[in-house]
Write a protein that binds this ligand. Structure first.
Ligand code: DLL
Length: 434
């Protein structure tokens, strides 16, 4: 597989650090000058741009959180005059105000390059057909991948979300060879294909770039098996750029972070202290090439692990392992920390359930309850009806032995759990409503 920008994706660590330091100094200067809010925060800590000489000085800068974005809503952290901003995107967020991101022409160009790297790493060339099922609109998914595919010169099919039967027909008739959507939607497409009598041999997908939500290795295997293509991970967030902050190569062992554009740190989510590279912690990104919205030390809430090692693909960019979830998605159930992705692993490892499940947490008589609704696969459904209870007990046993908490399992009929065209809703925490 080739590279999109070999000189940048494969540079030596010394070259990388030199480039990062230069870009960091320039960005900090510019942000200090143009963003009053950041200047005030730095002054409060007694830090001046001159104190930030290398990436090792980053820890001196204040951390930014979603609250800072809310406090400056909508444009308070923009570093250019609005007439240079040619695009706005936003993420809805479940609580509070949405996050608004702005882009200059140059920012859009860099975004395209980052996504073109991801697509090229997946083997895409200008002869390929790019089926984009991420939403186009304020969500960054559709446009981000689109810009990347356009740079490469792929034949783009900007389907956006919705009307899944039509999506299947398009994949088949238009000859889509690459697809981008959330991993949960990929499985919904696979399910719809089956209902329509379309097999993986009737379509010509080579690979898909799936992201925007956490997903497990087990889910990867399901998608690869059902769609007959390689399933690669792509990560990003509106605040930093959108998709393409990091991407997987065909080694499928973590996502290369575009470090010439973003410096990554991991911090202890409780104390904010920087952790040594390789330790699990909250990912923090600093943008070093963005004009319009260059966040410095933005706390993502995503829990990840960095791996700096020689990758067989030849890229030297540090890799982040699949984020296991967000610290604010972590459930604390009877004192035990649980990520929905851990439950997903247990369920899919059992083999006879579908990757469609919903976790319901509640509090009854001051005790947390955990219920998991999980669909049993259509083929198994008729076989095991008589022994549903045995199956439920078996799954509960696995959950208990793997996660250390007891759960009530409810096996439900195929297609009874709501499907999503975007990010799947995996958890209903009723405790928050009380
Ligand atoms: O989800 C951007 C995106 C679009 C990424 C398409 C990949 C593909 P937001 O809506 O702002 O942006 O949500 C960002 O989604 O902080 C993570 O918690 C989660 N997330 C994104 N990609 C992944 C992934 C887009 N590959 C938030 N694995 C992030 C796990 C992911 N979580």
């Amino acid at each position: 597989m080739g590279y999109w920008q070999e000189n940048l994706e494969c540079m030596s660590i010394d070259e990388l650090r030199t480039l990062q330091n230069e870009r960091l100094r320039e960005t900090v200067e510019r942000v200090y000058k143009n963003v009053k809010y950041e200047q005030d925060k730095m002054k409060e800590l007694g830090v001046e741009p001159g104190d930030i000489k290398t990436y090792e000085d980053l820890y001196k800068l204040p951390l930014l959180t979603k609250q800072d974005l809310r406090d400056t809503y909508p444009y308070g952290l923009f570093a250019v005059p609005m007439d240079e901003v040619i695009r706005l995107h936003a993420s809805s967020g479940t609580t509070g105000k949405q996050v608004v991101a702005g882009y200059t022409q140059n920012d859009i160009g860099i975004w395209g390059d980052c996504c073109a790297r991801a697509l090229t790493a997946a083997g895409a060339t200008k002869s390929d057909f790019m089926h984009v099922s991420y939403g186009y609109g304020l969500f960054t998914g559709g446009f981000g991948v689109h810009h990347g595919a356009e740079k490469i010169g792929m034949t783009i099919i900007p389907v956006s979300t919705g009307n899944t039967q039509r999506q299947v027909n398009i994949i088949k008739d238009f000859g889509s060879t690459y697809i981008c959507c959330t991993p949960s939607y990929a499985l919904f497409i696979a399910e719809t294909m089956k209902e329509m009598g379309v097999t993986k041999d009737d379509i010509g997908l080579k690979a898909g770039l799936f992201g925007a939500e956490p997903w497990t290795e087990e889910m990867r295997r399901e998608i690869e098996d059902k769609l007959g293509c390689k399933a690669l991970d792509i990560y990003g967030l509106t605040e930093i750029m959108g998709p393409g902050v990091s991407f997987e190569c065909t080694e499928q062992s973590g996502m290369h972070i575009n470090e010439d554009h973003f410096i990554v740190e991991t911090i202890d989510p409780d104390t904010g202290k920087v952790l040594p590279e390789g330790e699990q912690g909250e990912l923090v990104f600093t943008c070093i090439t963005k004009d319009a919205f260059p966040l410095l030390r933005y706390r993502t809430r995503d829990i990840g692990v960095l791996k700096r090692e020689k990758c067989s693909c030849g890229r030297t960019l540090v890799k982040m392992l699949k984020p296991m979830g967000r610290s604010d998605d972590m459930l604390i159930i009877r004192g035990v920390n649980v990520f929905p992705s851990q439950i997903e692993s247990v369920l899919l490892n059992l083999g006879n359930t579908n990757p469609h499940y919903q976790i319901i947490v509640d509090r009854v008589n001051n005790t947390d309850t955990l219920d998991i609704n999980v669909e049993i696969s259509a083929d198994m459904f008729s076989d095991v009806v008589s022994s549903l209870e045995t199956q439920e007990k078996k799954i509960a046993g696995q959950v208990l032995s793997t996660l250390g908490i007891s759960a009530k399992i409810h096996l439900v009929e195929p297609k009874t759990i709501p499907r999503s065209e975007g990010k799947a809703v995996r958890v209903i925490d009723k405790r928050k409503l009380h």
